[in-house]
Design a protein around this ligand. Structure first.
Ligand SMILES: NC(=O)c1ccc[n+]([C@@H]2O[C@H](COP(=O)([O-])OP(=O)(O)OC[C@H]3O[C@@H](n4cnc5c(N)ncnc54)[C@H](OP(=O)(O)O)[C@@H]3O)[C@@H](O)[C@H]2O)c1
Length: 300
């Protein structure tokens, strides 16, 4: 079996590639950096420039599934032009793949795309399932909706389409987790805002295994990829502090301070959604990390 991964060189993609190899699955990948191109029997890189409509069509040879992880990071200052990059790195990329496959006879049968839980409206009390159709009014929700629409167009090519609404991925060295841990380690840890905003988290190992589970079982539709027990910002902060044996002696950091410092990006830490993983569990996926304390212990 051969898959094509976009964003294979990123946090999730790097681990997913390893897991594919363990399962005997070969990986082709599209990269925007020529210096990241490798050419091994089970790991072949191909160049693309989605903004110029440039793509190496050899990337699709014998591929049966595309796992679409490409996307500019959201944790960089949201200037007007960078907001465009966040959006276009998700839509122009999918559109370019679509337009390329539309004009050829393709072996691709399944398009699995990353997506985000930030499509759901911020709430301290609502539990969101995949059935919920309410969409938040934030920039991020707008991005996720456009991203999912770009994925859905592959249905017109008779492909199965899966959208993996991913929570905050907890990993040892990259992503949100080291940024949360750092101030706590230095003794400046404190919950943010009122601390009650939900953080629907997922361990890196689980998100990788979920992609393999979806791939092997041919699952389609929307799946929330978040651990079964989300925590509030305050609980996450306290659990990390407890594990590191650090005191949280500071008061909560007021929301207005974070809005001043981070601008529109402050919604990343001040807002959150309580998201259900039931559909994924009912599909037979067994989480390795159900509760946050063992995940923190593993990562620290
Ligand atoms: N990590 C999380 O907490 C989280 C949560 C929810 C959703 N997701 C989504 O899951 C996907 C994978 O996440 P990740 O954390 O593994 O991402 P990542 O580490 O930031 O990697 C994404 C990859 O996308 C490519 N890329 C970056 N900027 C680009 C741009 N402007 N134009 C085109 N390609 C670009 C890069 O690949 P090349 O350099 O090889 O081109 C990069 O390796 C992303 O779409 C992300 O939004 C992640």
């Amino acid at each position: 079996m051969k898959v094509l991964i976009t964003g294979a060189t990123g946090l999730i993609g790097t681990q997913l590639t390893k897991e594919c190899h363990k399962a005997g699955i070969s990986v082709n990948y599209l990269t925007t950096s020529k210096d990241k191109i490798e050419d091994k029997p089970n790991y072949k890189g191909f160049y693309w420039n989605p903004y110029e409509g440039e793509i190496d069509e050899n990337a699709f040879t014998d591929v049966t599934t595309i796992i679409n992880l490409v996307g500019a990071t959201i944790s960089k200052r949201w200037t007007k032009s960078y907001r465009e990059t966040i959006l276009e790195s998700r839509t122009k990329t999918a559109n370019l793949i679509y337009n390329t496959l539309e004009k050829t006879k393709t072996s691709v049968k399944h398009f699995i795309s990353a997506s985000g839980v930030s499509i759901y409206p911020n709430s301290e009390s609502r539990l969101y399932t995949e059935e919920d159709t309410d969409v938040d009014t934030t920039f991020l929700a707008e991005v996720v909706q456009a991203w999912e629409n770009a994925a859905d167009q592959f249905k017109k090519l008779d492909m199965r389409v899966t959208k993996v609404r991913t929570g905050v991925v907890l990993a040892e060295e990259e992503g949100a987790f080291p940024k949360i841990v750092q101030p706590i380690e230095k003794g400046f840890g404190a919950p943010l805002g009122n601390g009650k905003q939900w953080m629907s988290w997922i361990h890196l190992e689980d998100i990788v295994c979920i992609y393999i589970h979806i791939l092997k079982n041919g699952l389609q539709g929307v799946y929330n990829a978040t651990a079964p027990n989300p925590v509030t910002n305050e609980k996450m902060t306290r659990k990390i502090a407890a594990y590191l044996k650090k005191d949280l002696w500071l008061p909560k950091v007021p929301g207005f301070v974070l809005r001043l410092v981070l601008g529109k990006m402050s919604i990343l830490v001040l807002k959150g959604q309580l998201v259900s993983s039931k559909k994924l569990e009912e599909s037979g996926y067994e989480f390795k990390y159900v509760n946050v304390a063992p995940a923190i212990k593993n990562l620290l």
